[in-house]
Design a protein around this ligand. Structure first.
Ligand SMILES: Nc1nc2c(c(=O)[nH]1)N[C@H]1C(S)=C(S)[C@@H](COP(=O)(O)O)O[C@H]1N2
Ligand SMILES: [Mo]
Length: 423
């Protein structure tokens, strides 16, 4: 079988400053296109017998942990002054690949710590504008038909630092780590509302958590179509930090509305105007007006490799890789630029592309060792294109802190060091 291919066409330029056709690495193989750090030609004699091959390994464990050599792959966290559990921890996106966040690394945002809920004592009440108020135990809930879907959760405050005047020198975890994606399994909220006999004048739902903060949000009733009362996260029970024993999952809606430790759903005519949606989670505009109820997470993307804190070892071919997501639906295209937005090449999207889930994109790049500014720009199925930072600031002003979804720029310096810049 003749497997030789023309590497000439496989490494065709797709855009300026070294971006290659998205099929290049697949077609030609890493070695033949000169991938940086690709394996060298050695024989079996160069393979040594290491100590772990000379004696039997360790026994079984009840619950597995990552390799001890992966100790840097952890969340980073900060609590508000004077509190222990009010704050956030961030997912190390720069150290992960694929699209699913392991449960131990899912970001966390708590307004008053993680409650230690006894699942047998926990109840979910559905009441308000319903014919039959219902009180569920976990056991009763678990007898309903289950649904499974993959969805990201992003905090509305993620990337808030990118509204600042100067480009903050943060790694990807610090700038974008309030973002995770999991496979969630639970009962459709619509099914439970139907069971309770929701009344036609009910237009909103109040969702309340069983934490000490009593975090609660008003949710428009149409959100119930896709909402789950989630009991499982990546196959196992939802983690305490993510809402054990049950949380509201509202795919595509800002993180805050995904109420954890869910204890109450009340059907109402209008929004309840809780403290969490009036004093917080509103967007202050340059005019002095505030936008309230900004629900969907707008289309956004970011390059994870390379990203700040990573140093490229030398000129050569690299695979640029990152994440794209949209609260409106599916990602339809991600383009990458290596010249600060002058020219763009389409990246390969990892299939299947799922709505309201993280999408992994990849694109080969020949770095010639010179200056480069890497950017990614996502488009979703509705045609919405991720805005430049300038366009976003023109619309929102620089006093905004929530819902930053602008194009993010990483500059690669002559020694391969990567820095955050405003391009
Ligand atoms: N009950 C309750 N639900 C909550 C919160 C909270 O503090 N209490 N934090 C909210 C915020 S601001 C976000 S961004 C998401 C984060 O979900 P996670 O911690 O599972 O990542 O949960 C939301 N649900
Ligand atoms: Mo949040």
């Amino acid at each position: 079988m003749n497997r030789r291919r023309s590497t000439g066409s496989a490494t065709e330029a797709a855009a300026g400053n070294g971006l290659l056709d998205r099929r290049s690495l697949l077609a030609a193989g890493a070695g033949s296109v000169g991938l940086a750090g690709a394996p060298s030609a050695l024989g079996a004699a160069d393979l040594s017998i290491e100590p772990w091959m000379r004696e039997p390994g360790s026994p079984f464990t009840g619950y597995g942990q990552p390799s001890r050599f992966e100790s840097k792959t952890v969340r980073t966290s900060a609590s508000a002054p004077g509190t222990t559990g009010a704050g956030a921890s961030r997912t190390p996106l720069q150290r992960l690949n694929g699209t699913i966040t392991p449960n131990g690394l899912h970001f966390e945002r708590h307004h008053s710590g993680i409650p230690d809920i006894d699942p047998d004592a926990h109840r979910l009440l559905i009441h308000g504008l319903v014919n039959r108020p219902l009180l569920f135990t976990l056991e009763a809930l678990a007898r309903y038909p289950m649904e499974t879907r993959i969805a990201f959760i992003e905090c509305g405050g993620n990337s808030g630092a990118l509204y600042q005047k100067e480009a903050a020198q943060l790694d990807l975890q610090a700038s974008h780590g309030l973002l995770s994606c999991a496979e969630w399994t639970g009962v459709r909220l619509a099914l439970l509302l139907e069971e309770a006999g929701i009344e036609p004048q009910a237009r909103w739902l109040l969702a309340e958590g069983a934490d000490a903060a009593g975090m609660s949000r008003s949710v428009p009733i149409k959100a119930a179509d896709e909402a789950l009362v989630a009991l499982y996260q990546n196959g196992e029970r939802v983690r305490p930090s993510n809402g054990y024993p049950m949380r509201l999952l509202l795919p595509g809606y800002e993180g805050n509305m995904n109420v954890k430790w869910l204890r109450r759903i009340k059907a109402t005519e209008g929004p309840t105007m809780t403290k969490d949606e009036t004093s917080k989670y509103t967007i202050l505009l340059p005019s002095g007006k505030s936008l309230q109820f900004v629900f969907p997470i707008e289309t956004k993307s970011v390059i994870a490799y390379p990203s700040p804190g990573i140093t490229l070892p030398g000129a050569g071919i690299y695979e640029i890789s990152g994440l794209a997501w949209s609260g409106y639906g599916k990602i339809s295209q991600v383009e990458v630029s290596a010249d600060g937005g002058k020219s763009w090449a389409p990246a390969a999207l990892r299939e299947p592309v799922l709505p309201k889930a993280l999408t992994r994109f990849r694109l080969p790049w020949r770095w010639d060792g010179g200056p480069a500014v890497l950017q990614s720009r996502a488009t979703d199925g509705s045609g919405y294109v991720q805005p430049t930072r300038d366009a976003l600031i023109t619309e929102r002003g620089s006093r905004a802190t929530y819902h930053f979804n602008g194009i993010t720029s990483w500059a690669v310096g002559e020694h391969g060091e990567v820095r955050h810049v405003y391009a």
